[in-house]
Design a binder for this molecule. Structure first.
Ligand code: SF4
Length: 239
């Protein structure tokens, strides 16, 4: 087995164990435990495997891409923002969610992944929900700001990528897979939903939280990777 495979497997086991332990009390504790497991796995990497990366505060090219997240991550971001922002700022966030979702829904399906739209949590080029951001946002990193800019300038070209640190990427992927495994084993919805449309549904429909607890499909309107009617989204996670 290669070192990278071993890293991913170890991270997946850590994420699954932490997720399962947290689920004994609540889904939010499962996510918190998984995040701590992620931090521990990242800290265990040799320094050269962790950076330096090109990402800097205020650089937000990647925050214009589509993000996929499980329901526990969607609720965690929402709860974090509701607690952290004052009433006026939270209202602005809610308006941005609905405005961005309307823009997404107005797009032809083949354009959903190929348009730059700022995440509603983005304020003055920074994530206002940084500590509560989804795992895919935590995983996203780049070794080249030029590659990110190029991708941003040509959103229609899904082949444009950016260089990443393979060990870092494997650890993130492993922990994410571990959380999905823990949720699935506990009968909770572990689907990946498009973040903005899921946030909109969570805000508009309080029964979404009840559905998570009941082990049902949480979001019925949000875009997903596995919905056979969403051909545009099936093609992949953020560029
Ligand atoms: S949640 Fe934060 S990090 Fe993730 S896309 Fe939105 S602004 Fe960027």
């Amino acid at each position: 087995m290669s070192r990278l495979d071993a890293l991913r497997i170890r991270a997946a086991e850590a994420g699954r164990e932490a997720g399962s332990r947290g689920l004994r009390t609540s889904a939010s504790n499962a996510l918190r435990g998984t995040q701590r497991a992620l931090e521990a796995e990242l800290a265990a990497l040799p320094r050269a495997d962790r950076g330096p990366v090109a990402c800097r505060s205020g650089c937000a090219f990647c925050c214009h891409l589509r993000v996929m997240a499980t329901p526990v991550e969607v609720f965690a971001l929402l709860d974090f923002l509701e607690q952290r922002l004052d009433a006026e700022a939270f209202e602005s966030f809610v308006e941005r969610v609905h405005r961005t979702e309307s823009r997404l829904r107005a797009l032809p399906v083949d354009k959903v992944l190929t348009v730059n739209l700022p995440c509603p949590a983005l304020v003055d080029g920074r994530c206002s929900g940084y500590a509560g951001r989804p795992l895919n946002c935590r995983a996203y990193h780049s070794l080249s700001v030029d590659a990110c800019r190029d991708s941003y300038d040509h959103p229609e070209d899904l082949h444009l990528g950016h260089p990443q640190l393979a060990p870092l990427a494997r650890v993130h992927a492993g922990v994410q897979a571990g959380l999905v495994a823990a949720l699935s084993e506990a009968g909770r919805d572990a689907r990946q939903y498009e973040l903005v449309s899921a946030l909109a549904e969570a805000l508009d429909d309080p029964t979404t939280r009840e559905r998570l607890a009941a082990g049902e499909r949480v979001f019925r309107q949000a875009l997903t990777l596995d919905d056979p009617t969403d051909e545009s989204i099936k093609t992949g996670t953020p560029r």
